[in-house]
Design a binder for this molecule. Structure first.
Ligand code: 5AD
Ligand code: SF4
Length: 457
């Protein structure tokens, strides 16, 4: 096989679904004989798995692609490919525009990445693959080859979205909703658990309607997963306020392993804006769902997404988003400036809000929202939280993990042997982005001061 001896590097941008897809592509290519190469510049085959949700996400990809030109000129046999949402959105135009690009492929090509790369490598052809497999979701025949234990795993259970929120590119680049069968997902979960995973997060762009074409449901998937021995925590993202039914809401008070945390984007607090976004709910309906969630599980941690500066958003509209932020008290939030995406309906709306106004609104929203989160986290100082230790943080200083409520914790006295363990951590500090603390029952030795003597569980 011509793949033998060759190396691959996959660089991933964007959401967890892309991380999941990159793992699958890597596994397929490794099984085909490729070796993983940690250094992007040294790899024979270099794939960039991309995101197109906002203009900025696309810019990052295009600028990386520009930087790779001299590399391709020096080593013409290297294969450079764009996969994922930018590949889908720009397709042939991208291949035409960037001469040093060999492969352009959309998210539905993941299972075929082996053949497509092979076509470039052995036939020297430039390849474009952006067709949608709209029949059914293919089964993922190749579970990811992973070299280290991952205490917390993401599992894509469905792809695509049937909503057409007017600002959103997802339905265009990921297609209509397609769900994988529960039986196959439970096999994946068991495989994860066998190699040490304790927490599973199910992924879908519009996860509440999982299984709607196959007669299965998210509630059923959650119940079945709850029965699997070794699974300690279950989560799912992303919910849509219209599709989050009472069956799912009640489960937060009933299903033992379902974490008391939910990401529920409201996007705007103004009914006029929600209507133009085609979100299919009102601010009042959103707040009713929040009340029902809190009735089902009083300590549930809620997080959200908000867009500021949607076309035509007035100061009063924006104030209503601020109100929702103040009223609900989210534990986490992703706040975005509206980014026009060609091909979406909102792109044609006009009434663009000036960038300076968007920037101002975003800063104001961040101040209030993150201020509240900071207060909430400070309030946890002195309490003990349960924390699943996942990995060393990016700077290599502390082992980090999450609480059932989804709070990120830096555990100051944890060592490598703590990975995969669920520890009781006494919180000593809380800021807007994380908690810090020491795990109970071990000396309070700060890893940064004495990394050699890191405490082991
Ligand atoms: N501009 C800004 N934010 C967007 N999102 C989706 N599309 C856009 C856009 N065109 C945000 C929404 C969504 C999150 C994943 O990204 O808030 O929930
Ligand atoms: Fe995009 Fe989410 Fe709306 Fe679907 S539900 S169109 S993924 S914002």
């Amino acid at each position: 096989m011509s793949g033998l001896e060759k190396s691959i590097h996959i660089k991933t941008f964007g959401c967890q679904m892309n991380v999941f897809d990159s793992d699958r592509m890597e596994s397929i290519l490794v099984r085909q004989g490729y070796r993983k190469e940690a250094d992007l510049a040294k790899a024979d085959v270099l794939l960039i798995n991309t995101c197109s949700i906002r203009d900025k996400s696309e810019h990052k990809v295009l600028s990386l692609l520009g930087q790779l030109k001299p590399l391709k000129e020096k080593y013409p046999h290297k294969v450079i490919g764009i996969t994922g949402c930018v590949g889908q959105r720009m397709g042939r135009a991208l291949l035409q525009r960037v001469a040093h690009l060999d492969l352009v492929m959309g998210p539905d090509g993941v299972e075929r990445v082996g053949e497509l790369v092979e076509e470039v490598v052995s036939r020297g052809r430039r390849v474009l693959e952006t067709s949608f497999d709209n029949q059914k979701e293919r089964s993922y025949s190749q579970p990811a080859v992973i070299d280290k234990v991952r205490p917390s795993e993401f599992l894509t259970v469905m792809k695509g979205c049937d909503h057409f929120c007017t600002y959103c590119i997802v339905p265009f680049v990921r297609g209509r909703e397609k769900s994988r069968p529960i039986a196959e997902l439970l096999d994946d979960v068991r495989r994860f658990v066998d190699r040490g995973t304790k927490e599973i997060t199910f992924l879908g762009q519009n996860i509440n309607t999982y299984g709607k074409r196959t007669g299965e449901s998210l509630a059923e998937l959650v119940l079945c997963t709850n029965e699997i021995q070794g699974v300690e925590r279950i989560r799912y993202v992303t919910s849509h306020p219209r599709d989050l039914g009472m069956d799912l809401i009640r489960q937060f008070g009933q299903v033992e392993k379902l974490c008391p945390a939910l990401h529920l984007p409201f996007q705007s607090g103004s009914n006029a804006v929600l209507k133009r976004m085609a979100r299919l709910y009102t601010r009042e309906e959103y707040l009713e769902k929040i009340a029902a969630l809190r009735a089902a599980r009083s300590d549930i941690a809620l997080s959200t997404d908000v867009i500021v500066g949607f076309p035509g958003e007035t100061d009063q509209d924006f104030e209503q988003s601020m109100d929702v932020i103040r009223e609900v008290g989210f534990s986490g939030a992703f706040l975005f400036k509206y980014s026009p995406r060609p091909g979406t309906r909102a792109f044609e709306f006009g009434e663009e809000v000036p960038d300076s106004v968007k920037t101002e609104r975003l800063a104001h929203l961040q101040e209030v929202c993150f201020g509240k989160i900071h207060e909430e986290n400070k309030g946890l100082v002195g309490s003990t939280v349960s924390c699943l230790i996942e990995a060393l943080d990016k700077k290599g200083r502390y082992y980090t993990g999450r609480t059932p409520h989804g709070k990120l914790v830096h555990v100051l006295n944890a060592g490598e042997a703590c990975i995969g363990k669920i520890l009781d951590v006494e919180v000593t500090e809380g800021n807007a982005s994380n908690l810090k603390g020491y795990y109970v029952g071990a000396p309070r030795q700060d890893r940064t001061r004495d990394s050699e003597k890191a405490v082991s569980a």
